[in-house]
Design a protein around this ligand. Sequence first.
Ligand SMILES: Nc1ncnc2c1ncn2[C@@H]1O[C@H](COP(=O)(O)OP(=O)(O)OP(=O)(O)O)[C@@H](O)[C@H]1O
Ligand SMILES: [Mg+2]
Length: 253
Amino acid sequence: MFRRKQAPAEVPPPDDMVVIVDRAVDPQLVVFHEPAGFRAEQVRALRNRLVALNPDGEPKTLVVTSAVRGEGKTVTALNLAMAFAELERQQVVVVDADLRRPSCEQYLNLNSEPGLSDVLLGKLPLERVLRPAGYRRLMLLGAGTRVPNPAEVLGASRLDELYQRLKERFQYVVVDTPPCLPSTDAGVLTARADGALLVVRLEHSQKRQTREALRVLQDMGGNVLGTFVTELRGQDPESDRRLAYDPTPTEEP
Ligand SMILES: Nc1ncnc2c1ncn2[C@@H]1O[C@H](COP(=O)(O)OP(=O)(O)OP(=O)(O)O)[C@@H](O)[C@H]1O
Ligand SMILES: [Mg+2]
């Protein structure tokens, strides 16, 4: 732990220091809420594997998707983007490309503002709608103004241009998508991206649907890098305390 050399008079002594955690940010965002916990470490392990897959450190777009609703795509995308943002000198953005049921702003406790749809429709420049996500230097490109025709708005040529522009500015572009079986949006978003992760929710996801999702993504030319399993209750530190590895408390001076 860093120690203050000489605390200025107006700064409270360490004993009185208060750590403020924004409890309104969804508790599932474990990299934010429990950075030393087991689940945050699992996300960092995934991040490290993805970094290892990119030895030249080139800018990459990475889509997070799953077969059907409610499998943990958004939570995984946000946690992963936060884990990337923990790395030194990495500029990271998370994009809410679920134009049908956007939820990144809600998870981050931010207001809904213009974003992706407005950029894709040429209504606003990208620079105007990028904003801090509230965690380190992580930036957010929210879903933006609701549109009646998401599939058309996410046109392939517009997406190519957007991905390209985001990669000029960010090392990692993490894209949250709608589920890939009910609509074609996620397939299009995956086909244009550098890689994709398929989220599987333990005891909820159906093998048949996950297999079908994988087939759809691969048929569209997507580069599926692997799966991320959510709700691994059996390995929760609550069931096995040896899996939690918090730093030992340091002595106060
Ligand atoms: N790793 C996890 N462990 C336990 N619960 C989780 C985990 N990830 C997400 N959840 C819970 O599962 C629910 C769905 O999560 P999330 O919104 O990320 O799913 P989604 O796949 O993005 O859903 P949608 O398809 O509706 O966009 C939420 O209630 C969330 O709190
Ligand atoms: Mg979602």
